[in-house]
Design a protein around this ligand. Structure first.
Ligand code: FES
Length: 146
């Protein structure tokens, strides 16, 4: 779907801004300057405001070829199923640290409950959801999805 079609699906109200940015990202993989300009024009907002709004949200990627984002649920039920060990394995395999944004290709972060508590631990790589992830599954996920 073209950017224009996405914009026209929504009224240019502030409460629709994040929804529009996410839909554009789904089509385009990231929100660049060109996309921000079109969104700013449609919402009658300054470009800098749209760009800073987009940059604020971790789930909105403003850089082309952005990082792969690995998210691990830190809700109680997932912790009970040893999501901490899953995190440790991801950190070891990718040589990254959860919450640290320094790696050029990967980012590991904690997320709150996704409502899949009986399927935990829950891990997400971008929009792909993995359920009942065991520490020994981490190698496969990294090899096949990163
Ligand atoms: S606690 Fe992880 S999905 Fe609910």
């Amino acid at each position: 779907m073209s950017l224009q079609k996405i914009l026209l699906k929504h009224e240019p109200k502030p409460e629709n801004l994040l929804k529009v940015l996410k839909e554009i990202q789904k089509e385009n993989k990231y929100i660049g300057k060109k996309e921000c300009e079109k969104v700013a024009e449609y919402f009658s907002l300054p470009l800098a405001r749209v760009f800073s709004f987009a940059s604020f949200f971790d789930e909105v990627e403003t850089r082309k070829g952005g990082k792969k984002i690995i998210k691990v649920c830190s809700g109680g039920p997932c912790l009970m199923e040893d999501s901490r060990e899953v995190v440790r394995q991801i950190e070891l395999h990718l040589r990254i640290e959860a919450g640290n944004d320094a790696h050029p290709k990967y980012k590991l972060e904690f997320i709150s409950c996704r409502g899949l508590c009986d399927q935990g631990p829950v891990v997400m790589v971008d929009d792909q959801v993995f359920e009942r992830v065991r520490p020994e599954d981490v190698d496969d996920i990294i090899r096949n999805y990163l």
